[in-house]
Design a protein around this ligand. Structure first.
Ligand SMILES: Cc1ncc(COP(=O)(O)O)c(C=O)c1O
Length: 392
């Protein structure tokens, strides 16, 4: 293995050569069932023919021109996202962290426009928003902060899924926005109580704060709606997307509505690559596939079914603390550290993730067949049972 890669990841001892739908093949020819989808990215599976064709066609026509010029595919993708989200304006970038950076800048400038000199954003404990300096500062995980102090200021933290803690900040005149994940992904697949986002929407309206929802992991159908906020019939002021929007081709989006629109003006923000014709052509292709195959309502149903299958297979097992999730975003929490499961699964031809040390996280692709989801339940349940017995 080359030692010329910066040591930012503790990588698993495997290299994949090719993929097909929900499966991957390694350099030795061994096949794996992929239940993590490149961390919620390849929702349409690997080597999707329509996506590959869109990449091929667009690359032969035009890849990049920069944002010095109008970009037709960018406008077309913005139109689609606006129609799907019911919001107003899109800024395209290349990753989730960049989408959140744009959101944070909108909130800060929104505050300054009202004469607030120390604009402050309410963020949650146990959250994850990215690895850039501002987004890691917004992130509610001390491990992510370690070694990078001083952090970017202008954030105040409250417990997740706790409306009263946010309400208690209503008198703070510095607050301009709330930044929240609808389901905490990296934090362990925590689904808040029903009505949480609606309650935050109300607080934001009452205090002239922006409700900024980070749907980088939950967006583009993952929870059984295009965007998780649609489960609660609200609309945020700012929405951030990335991951599955390009099915693996890097693209992010920060979408604004109402009072968050027109906050950023020429000269305030920018990107060289963001929203280039290639990335946007792929975004359009992803949306087309999701629409024509009606994947999203199916994921709502299939996700509930998958969750129940895991509950039937595992709930009775001592050592299982909780099985939770929505759509194709599932967390199985154990009563002990279980990072070792990832390697054990790999040996058995299964790709999973463990987050927060004790929670198996599953983010299967929408193209996984019934036979493959059954295989996932059988293999993973057995693996967890074996792991619990050897670690008891
Ligand atoms: C909710 C959320 N926000 C932001 C990010 C950061 O996205 P990226 O890694 O593309 O910068 C992630 C990545 O896991 C995420 O899950």
């Amino acid at each position: 293995m080359s030692n010329h890669i910066m040591n930012t990841y503790a990588r698993l001892p495997v290299t994949f050569e090719k993929g097909d739908g929900a499966t991957l093949q390694d350099s030795e020819g061994k096949m794996y069932l992929d239940a993590i989808s490149g961390i919620a990215v390849t929702s349409l599976g690997h080597a999707h023919p329509f996506i590959s064709e869109a990449i091929c066609k667009q690359s032969q026509q035009l890849i990049h021109t920069s944002n010095l010029y109008h970009i037709k595919k960018q406008q077309m993708l913005a139109d689609q996202l606006i129609e799907l989200s019911g919001m107003e304006q899109v800024f395209f970038c290349n990753s989730g962290a960049e989408a959140n950076e744009a959101a944070i800048k909108i909130a800060k400038k929104f505050g300054h426009q009202q004469g607030i000199t120390n604009p402050t954003i309410v963020v949650m404990e146990n959250s994850f928003h990215g690895r850039t300096m501002a987004t890691l500062s917004a992130t509610g995980n001390p491990k992510v902060h370690e070694g990078f102090q001083p952090l970017v200021g202008g954030f105040t933290r409250v417990p997740f899924d706790n409306v009263a803690a946010v309400e208690a900040l209503s008198d703070n005149r510095d607050i301009v926005a709330i930044l929240v994940e609808p389901i905490q992904g990296e934090g362990g697949v925590y689904v808040p109580q029903k009505g949480y986002l609606k309650a935050l929407r109300k607080i934001c309206d009452a205090n002239n704060w922006l409700l900024m929802i980070d749907e980088i992991q939950t967006g583009m159908g993952r929870t059984g709606q295009w965007f998780a906020f649609q489960h609660e019939n609200i609309t945020p002021d700012v929405l951030t997307l990335a991951k599955a929007l390009g099915n693996g081709v890097p693209i992010g989006a920060c979408i604004a509505n109402n009072k968050a629109t027109d906050v950023l003006a020429p000269g305030n923000h920018g990107t060289t690559f963001g929203g280039n014709p290639l990335a946007c052509a792929v975004g359009l292709a992803v949306i087309e596939v999701l629409k024509t195959h009606n994947y999203i309502p199916a994921i709502a149903k299939k996700g509930a079914l998958l969750l129940n299958q895991f509950k039937s297979a595992l709930t009775q097992q001592p050592g299982i603390s909780s099985i939770r999730g929505q759509g194709y975003m599932i967390g199985i929490q154990l009563d002990r550290p279980c990072a070792e499961l990832v390697k054990m699964a790999l040996e058995r031809g299964l790709l999973i993730n463990v987050t927060r040390g004790d929670t198996v996280r599953l983010l299967p692709s929408f193209v996984m067949s019934q036979q493959q989801t059954d295989e996932l339940v059988t293999k993973l349940s057995q693996l967890i049972i074996d792991f619990l017995s050897i670690t008891d």
